[in-house]
Design a protein around this ligand. Structure first.
Ligand SMILES: Nc1ncnc2c1ncn2[C@@H]1O[C@H](COP(=O)(O)OP(=O)(O)O)[C@@H](O)[C@H]1O
Ligand SMILES: [Mg+2]
Length: 242
């Protein structure tokens, strides 16, 4: 993104945002509520147009060209109430042209992996908020795009499940070569999951700091978040937001 600004009526959501992400890099965008994080993701995905500035996603410059290059996990899960949990996640495969049976077979192993093994056939209304987010995350993975856009993916989860999901995502991202752009207002989540953290100011969102946040992945989450290096990074991020 080069010099991207976006306004909604009288509200300036983003101002002069420059972001560069290398292929298969995992970057977190950290900013307070209302700093334009969701707007930024929607612009990358091609759902919104930048008002000023340019956006290039692997050579796609126009919003309609960018559509379909990215898989987005929205802030709200948007599961279809008339489909089972499995069929909700499998919809991403069906959109790629697979038959329902093949789509279901491809998707099913991910339910085991996320501890949703017994919940394939229930409707979204019967799932807890955390489980719905996991179904939504599986659906995003099944789209099989090179670029994943995650909008506060674990925001609805309780803190214990959230910590477990962060650990899982860290391992999963190391496994699959994908470009990940994750937005969050959670400092720890941003530093833990991103190789770099781009800090946005409060509205209008501007880039105020870029932190190199690669942390030693050999340690447990607990050891990492309590290490002096991690605490120092946290201080820098909080200072940038202030
Ligand atoms: N479609 C829209 N119409 C009008 N205002 C919007 C729209 N989308 C976002 N905004 C406003 O733009 C600002 C940034 O919103 P958003 O990108 O959702 O922030 P964040 O995701 O960081 O919380 C907010 O003030 C919000 O009210
Ligand atoms: Mg948002």
């Amino acid at each position: 993104m080069r010099g991207v600004s976006k306004r909604f009526g009288g509200v300036v959501a983003l101002r002069g945002v420059d972001v560069t992400i290398e292929r298969h890099e995992k970057v977190a965008i950290l900013g307070p509520s209302g700093s334009g994080k969701s707007t930024l993701l929607q612009i990358v995905a091609g759902l919104l147009d930048a008002e000023v500035g340019s956006v290039n996603v692997e050579g796609a410059l126009l919003a309609k060209e960018r559509l379909g290059r990215c898989a987005m996990m929205p802030q709200r899960d948007l599961l279809l109430p008339w489909r089972s949990a499995l069929d909700n996640a499998a919809i991403a495969c069906e959109n790629r042209g697979m038959k329902r049976s093949e789509a279901r077979a491809r998707t099913r192993p991910f339910f085991e992996r996320f501890g949703l093994g017994a919940f394939e056939d229930v409707s979204p209304a019967q799932l807890s908020g955390g489980m719905r987010q996991r179904v939504s995350f599986i659906r995003t993975l099944m789209a099989d795009k090179d670029v994943l856009l995650l909008d506060e993916p674990f925001g609805a989860l309780d803190s214990i499940t959230r910590a477990q999901m962060q650990e899982w995502l860290l391992l999963a991202m190391a496994d699959v070569p994908r470009t990940v752009l994750l937005v969050t207002h959670d400092v720890e989540e941003a530093l833990l999951l991103g190789d770099a953290v781009i800090v946005l100011s409060s509205r209008p969102g501007r880039v105020v700091r870029v932190l190199d946040s690669r942390v030693d992945s050999g340690r447990s989450r607990r050891e990492t978040v309590t290490s002096p290096e991690f605490v120092a990074l946290k201080e820098q991020a909080l200072e940038a937001i202030e």
